[in-house]
Write a protein that binds this ligand. Structure first.
Ligand code: ADP
Length: 628
């Protein structure tokens, strides 16, 4: 009979499968069982609306048979089956999942990666077989067809006999080699183990005839061998089981297979609800953020089922953005199957479920924070940024949900602290939560204002992510204590007396300070004396809503194009530093020099606050003038 050729793409994939060095070849069984289950699903759903389908729910089954003598592993189902055209189109071409496109784009990746990440369906059977025969009869048709292939050469297709509708796949296993014992796949124990591992939650029974020894009837000690048909899978989806019945390994395997992660999840959360809404949820918090997590390409969402039947693979309505990293499954009997993506958005029931899930995730995270700090800090390293965005993006609406889940590094011990911890350690009369922004914690701690605040016995939170200060602004306060940027906000750490003195000093030196501001130009809004710099001579601060740090962040945003709001920068000079007296002296004796000093001080202040110099060579000339 004439052999037909595979389409080029399929041929390449096949070649890859046949010569695969992939170490988990065993996944072929999972792939074939899933296909069988999908085929049964198709027929079963047809039966719901089509009276001509006579099978009942309990008639459906998948069977596995190990023909040791013939070295064949046989998998059958009584699902929808395939017509001749379908056999050719489905098995002769690779049309699906985009796994091959992925391979092309990532030609540096090995086959191991694609097989591991995507599974490759039917063709994976060629990793273990040297010949595959598929006999199939489409439901309702009276012809059956036999498709057969020994690999890349092509395939044949011819009419054949088959009684029941459905598909039977016969794999002739490859010869054993030193590294691979393909005949293991005929071993009852191996098959049992693989079904449990990968296909336990398949909704239809996976049956196999097994040989057992039984006491012969009418005897006390005579045994005989009998063949019994056993169902190998428990059929209950993992999410329908109680957490106590499932091992960590089972959850981890399920998660890895389903969500294409290499690692086990950091946390498994299960939820059963029977109040306002009835649903089960099985949720996972990944150990690390996926590589595209903080990009536009990432799509959040949970798999949504209605009584065990998939409605959509990514229901984004079920998760708030700030918990977008959570993966998992929600199954509810309250949702109708024919719900569409459009109506999902407005579904009241779905909103109730989403709310319950949000609360559950929050409670579990709070528990982790309380009971396993190390684990929580690892979680925080992966997804903390997302929670802080959540505070910011909700314009404060998510404050109550997130305020006790966020961590910031404290000046106290350079360790992460919750806001609750900060407040519990605050001085009795402390009215504010002090923070400082910089690129790193060390840089924040070096800021003159920070040193000054710490020296007065206060703790300062070091904010190092762009979003941090925006999140604080949205929150406004925690537990009645207002957030205060030690560099820009009016602090209440000086005594009334000290503040009065400062006010007088600024008043008396008004003209000089103004002269200094004019010498620097429009880059500063004002020059002022201050009493919050400790031993340091100078620093930058700002007035109004936008701080120096915020200006930096806003100007980096793609849409800003120079139009982003600017901070009203104030140069602050330590009123008690010897430089203050020198400046006053120069104002009387040498204004030219005072102008130059003003520029030098401004440049220094920029450096201290982590800003680039507008004109570095001017600074160099000014300093050299002083040296010669
Ligand atoms: P996938 O399952 O990802 O679509 P496969 O290569 O595993 O890719 O299968 C290709 C197609 O062949 C399936 O989409 C399905 O239409 C058909 N198919 C495979 N196995 C069966 C089966 N046991 N019964 C009916 N159709 C099947």
């Amino acid at each position: 009979m004439q052999k037909k050729k595979f389409k080029t793409e399929s041929q390449k994939l096949l070649d890859m499968m046949i010569n695969s060095i992939y170490t988990h070849k065993e996944i072929f069984l999972r792939e074939l069982i899933s296909n069988a289950s999908d085929a049964i699903d198709k027929l079963y759903y047809r039966s719901l609306t089509d009276d001509s389908v006579k099978l009942k729910r309990e008639d459906y089954k998948i069977t596995i048979e190990a023909d040791k003598d013939g070295r064949n592993l046989i998998i059958s189902d009584n699902g929808c089956g395939m017509t001749k055209d379908e056999l050719e189109n489905n098995l002769g071409t690779i049309a699906k999942s985009g796994s091959f496109d992925f391979k092309k784009e990532n030609s540096d990746k090995t086959d191991v990666d694609i097989i591991g990440q995507f599974g490759v369906g039917f063709y994976s059977a060629f990793m273990v077989s040297d010949k595959i025969t598929v006999v199939s009869k489409a439901y309702g048709s009276d012809e059956a067809w036999k498709w057969e292939s020994e690999g890349v050469d092509g395939y044949t297709i011819e009419p054949c006999e088959k009684e029941e509708a459905g598909t039977t796949i016969t794999m002739h296993l490859k010869e054993d080699t030193e590294d691979e014992k393909y005949s293991d796949y005929l071993d009852e124990y191996t098959i049992r183990r693989l079904v449990k591992k990968y296909s336990d939650y398949i909704r239809y029974p996976i049956k196999m005839d097994v040989e057992t020894e039984k006491l012969k009837e009418g005897t006390k000690d005579e045994y005989e061998k009998v063949i019994e048909t056993e169902t190998l899978n428990s059929m209950i989806p993992l999410w329908k089981k109680n957490q106590s019945e499932v091992t960590d390994e089972e959850y981890a395997n399920f998660y890895r297979d389903k969500f294409y992660d290499y690692e086990a999840p950091a946390k498994v959360i299960t939820q059963k609800s029977e109040g306002l809404s009835t649903f089960e949820a099985l949720l996972f918090i990944p150990e690390h953020a996926p590589f595209d997590y903080y990009t536009k390409n990432f799509e959040k969402g949970l798999e949504l089922y209605s009584s065990g039947v998939l409605i959509t693979e990514k229901c984004k309505e079920l998760l708030p953005d700030y918990f977008g990293f959570v993966r998992g499954i929600v199954d509810s009997a309250d949702l109708t199957l024919n719900i569409s993506r459009e109506t999902l958005q407005h579904d009241r029931q779905l909103k109730v479920i989403a709310k319950a899930i949000e609360k559950k995730i929050r409670t579990e995270l709070a528990k982790m924070l309380e009971e396993d700090r190390e684990k929580y800090e690892k979680f925080w390293a992966a997804f903390g940024l997302q929670l802080k965005y959540g505070l910011y993006e909700g314009y404060g609406a998510n404050k109550e949900n997130l305020k006790d889940l966020v961590l910031f590094t404290s000046s106290k011990d350079k360790k992460l602290a919750t806001l609750k911890e900060y407040v519990s350690r605050a001085k009795e009369d402390q009215k504010s939560i002090y923070y400082a922004c910089a690129e790193t914690v060390d840089k924040a701690l070096m800021l003159p204002q920070v040193e000054a605040v710490i020296s007065k016995g206060y703790e300062v939170l070091c904010l190092t992510d762009d979003v941090d200060e925006f999140a604080f602004k949205m929150m406004h306060d925690y537990d009645g204590k207002e957030f205060k940027n030690v560099c820009t906000d009016k602090l209440d750490i000086a005594t009334e007396e000290e503040n009065k003195e400062l006010k007088e000093e600024n008043e008396n030196s008004k003209e000089m300070l103004n002269f200094m501001k004019e010498s620097i130009g429009d880059k500063v809004f004002a020059v002022r004396f201050t009493n919050t710099l400790g031993d340091h001579p100078v620093s930058l601060s700002s007035e109004g809503e936008v701080s120096v740090e915020m200006e930096k962040v806003l100007s980096k945003m793609p849409a800003s194009e120079g139009m982003s709001p600017k901070a009203q920068t104030v140069m602050e000079i330590n009123k008690s530093h010897p430089i203050a007296a020198k400046l006053k002296e120069l104002y009387e004796t040498d204004k030219d020099k005072l102008a130059k000093y003003s520029k030098i001080l401004y440049a220094q202040a920029r450096l201290i606050n982590g800003l680039a110099l507008d004109n570095p060579s001017e600074l160099s000339s000014l300093v050299c003038d002083l040296m010669i």
